[in-house]
Design a protein around this ligand. Sequence first.
Ligand code: SOE
Length: 386
Amino acid sequence: MTSSDRTAKKPTSLGVAAIGYAFMGKAHSNAWRNVASFFDVPAFEQKVLVGRDPELVAEAAAKYGWSESATDWRSVLERDDIHIVDICAPGWMHAEIAIAALEAGKHVLVEKPLANTLAEAEAMAQAAAVARSRGVQSMIGFNYRRVPALAVAKELIAEGRLGTVRHVRAAYLQDWLVDADSPMTWRLKKETAGSGALGDIASHAIDQVLFLLGDTVTEVSGRLHTFVDRRPGADGPEQVTVDDAAWATLALASGAVASVEVSRVAAGKKNSLTMEIYGDKGSLLFDLESINELGFMDATLPVREQGFRRILVNEPEHPYMGAWWPQGHVIGWEHTFTHEVRDFLLAIDAGTPPSPSFEEGLAVQKVLAAIEESANNKSTLTVVNY
Ligand code: SOE
């Protein structure tokens, strides 16, 4: 089959392959397994789970609802019964698999960050544009766009309820590396992870700034820091080659300014993505550790009535919530992946490009690269070229 023959045809049931069965593979598998029980989505089948270790991947496939397992992703891409490839493998594998899958005519969902390097991200965005012209869709898994409270935040900002947004504080703080004896992992090596907290979690925070404000970044100043530069490896201490924490200020095309702060060594902060958005008519507060809540301050109210109110984002009127439980029956982190898979399936069915696209993933990657450049050069300003 030549690549020009690989225009997507509409099958009666979409065959899905997922690549990777660790943390993200498990989260995505859970979404594939549950999505049709709650949302009206086109017919699909969890066909095959791919991983390197034959026994472990077979065990994971059986546990997570996949019909089969496989160890060679290339042979899976050759199958006519596979229409969707969900890439949950680490970032260093994204570009090769995603580009091959798109060229094979498969719709691709890929975990964030898009890639470990700007060059790979650019090649992926290019491949996505070519595939899209043939009806083949692609999306990057910035799952926090599918938190109902953040989707409501975006609606309120777009409706002008905050007036002109002046500044944003975005922070993503974790503490899983606070112990200096915490062992070496692939996430702490530049060659496998690309960067540390920067690519892993600042990518989410930056994507949220762009998503919520519908804005673009023009200038960046950044700082990276590694607090523990050697960690126990299998044969003794090994060098950590990525950052533990990162800081940046971003100038946005609208004139707003965002601060971004991320850390894996913030003791007590387990998985706290906080977004604070301040406009001239109101403000919004969100914390992932209270995922069902959104704080809203309406500065157009009389001063004596002003103050942050807590919106419990659990009503059927709220995005995605009508499909779940009665009011007040809260949802959690895993639901964001179910929403992501639902939106991806609907976009494929409708033939409309889903968001966030690979191009949107590339925009985040450019900001990450600019933060790194600014930090390395100790320069106060790095211009982002869109
Ligand atoms: C680890 O820091 C991690 O699992 C990230 O890789 C995810 O993207 C984030 O959602 C939670 O933390």
